[in-house]
Design a binder for this molecule. Structure first.
Ligand code: NAD
Ligand code: MG
Length: 401
């Protein structure tokens, strides 16, 4: 029986994880669940899965959750705040941690799980993008098992030889091919991108996800973050990581070998597949995902990404090449810009301009410690805030005002 903590249980990945766990009560039990705000949903999850502990984001949310649980006779212990998140990630009772908090907020507990030598199932790509080498060192030093949940990286992991040691040449790997759906604006006239609404940006053609990652998919910053994620997970330099647009999202990514072979992982686009893969690794369990019928799919298409349409992709490659804390600056600026877009304070095409301005203005340094990375994260957030304050509000918001 494996005891699992889910960080970000009420999100899209958290809910899919509980869906898979519920199919295998003989294999998995839930040790702890966390959520930031959605207390009602978390209470219902506690009633169903009976975790020992639940963590929320504030004292008020904790009071509310405790009252809901009392009324349902659920004896889950309620805690709140970052220290509690770290505690449920590294507790001795825990075997595996699903890291599914969105954004930099997930770094501390995800790192705590890695340092404690847990099986870390990593959905929270921002944590790895920010801390890169420091995170991989923590995994190495503690003997933690790191399993990617991001569908692309999970696919690549499956296409690499068992025991792969993060040296592409040693395994005959010539390239990592990251597939991208291209998001909702792949074909939309570029001049109309200035006026798209948050809801349009969040309407992903293939995946149902949280709002932050949905906007990242529309700008293709998501793919940019994934290029950086692939660099750290698989040890490949920027030049060996290529993005390929594949609108059907049936091939989740590929590995190209020096003998001309290309290995791919295919499946219906449903995150329960990589989640089940990581939960059971190296075994296989049912995930609830329907088998892929290629005759129904019919055609698989591929094209090169348009870096002019998607400047965020180029910004991410630049940050990876620059190294040090540049990816942390990129990530922080992006988080602030995406939130401003979701709040209708800036337009869609201003997201990349905010990030570019922050990257221009702030010098990056060495990512020597988590404290150094967090300090750069803070500077980038403040800088992005200043840049946004000087921008004209988008047509969309102005028209409504
Ligand atoms: P989501 O917005 O649906 O859920 C986020 C979860 O994090 C929620 O449980 C929320 O309560 C919690 N949370 C938010 N802010 C927090 C904070 N400040 N402190 C603590 N907890 C907080 O997001 P999601 O789509 O499930 O994505 C989660 C992570 O997984 C992201 O890093 C995303 O990039 C990654 N990911 C998601 C998908 C997907 O299909 N949804 C695919 C690949 C990777
Ligand atoms: Mg992905």
């Amino acid at each position: 029986m494996q005891r699992i903590t889910i960080l970000g249980a009420t999100g899209s990945i958290g809910v899919s994880t509980l869906d898979v766990i519920a199919r295998h009560p003989d294999r998995y039990s839930v040790y702890a669940l966390s959520a930031h705000g959605r207390v009602q949903e978390l209470a219902a999850q506690c009633a169903q899965f009976r975790p020992a502990r639940a963590v929320v984001g504030s004292a008020a949310a904790a009071d509310q959750l405790a009252a809901l649980l009392r009324a349902m006779n659920v004896d889950t212990q309620v805690e709140w705040g970052e220290a509690a998140l770290c505690a449920i990630a590294c507790a001795a009772e825990v075997d595996g941690v699903m890291a599914a908090i969105v954004g930099a907020a997930g770094l501390a507990p995800t790192l705590a799980a890695a340092r404690a030598g847990k099986k870390v199932m990593l959905a929270n790509k921002e944590a790895l993008v920010m801390s890169g080498q420091l995170f991989m060192d923590a995994v190495q030093d503690s003997g933690a098992t790191l399993l990617p949940i991001d569908s692309e990286h999970n696919a690549i992991f499956q296409c690499l030889p068992a025991g792969y040691r993060r040296v592409p040449e040693a395994a005959g790997v010539s390239k990592i091919l990251l597939t991208a759906s291209g998001g909702p604006f792949l074909k939309r006239a570029v001049e109309t991108l200035d006026s798209v609404t948050p809801d349009e940006a969040c309407k992903h053609p293939k995946w149902v996800m949280g709002r932050k990652i949905s906007v990242d998919s529309a700008t293709m910053m998501n793919k940019g973050l994934e290029v950086i994620e692939a660099h750290w997970l698989f040890g490949a330099p920027a030049a060996q990581i290529e993005v390929v647009i594949h609108p059907q999202s049936v091939i989740h990514s590929m590995v190209s070998y020096n003998d001309g072979s290309v290995l791919a992982e295919l499946g219906n686009p449903d995150m329960r597949t990589p989640i089940a893969h990581a939960l059971a690794y190296p075994e296989r369990i049912a995930s609830g995902v329907a088998q892929l019928d290629l005759t129904q799919v019919g055609t698989l298409q591929f094209e090169q990404p348009d870096f002019a349409r998607f400047p965020c992709l180029a910004l991410a490659y630049d940050a990876l090449r620059a190294g040090g804390t540049a990816p942390a600056l990129l990530n922080a600026a992006n988080e602030v810009a995406v939130q401003a877009f979701l709040d209708e304070r800036i337009g869609f095409r201003q997201i990349d301009r905010v990030i570019a301005a922050v990257m221009d203005e702030l010098p990056h340094g060495a990512a020597s410690s988590i404290e150094a990375v967090m300090a750069q994260d803070g500077l980038a957030r403040a800088c992005a805030g200043r840049v946004i304050a000087t921008m004209d509000r988008p047509l969309l918001a102005a028209a409504e005002a």
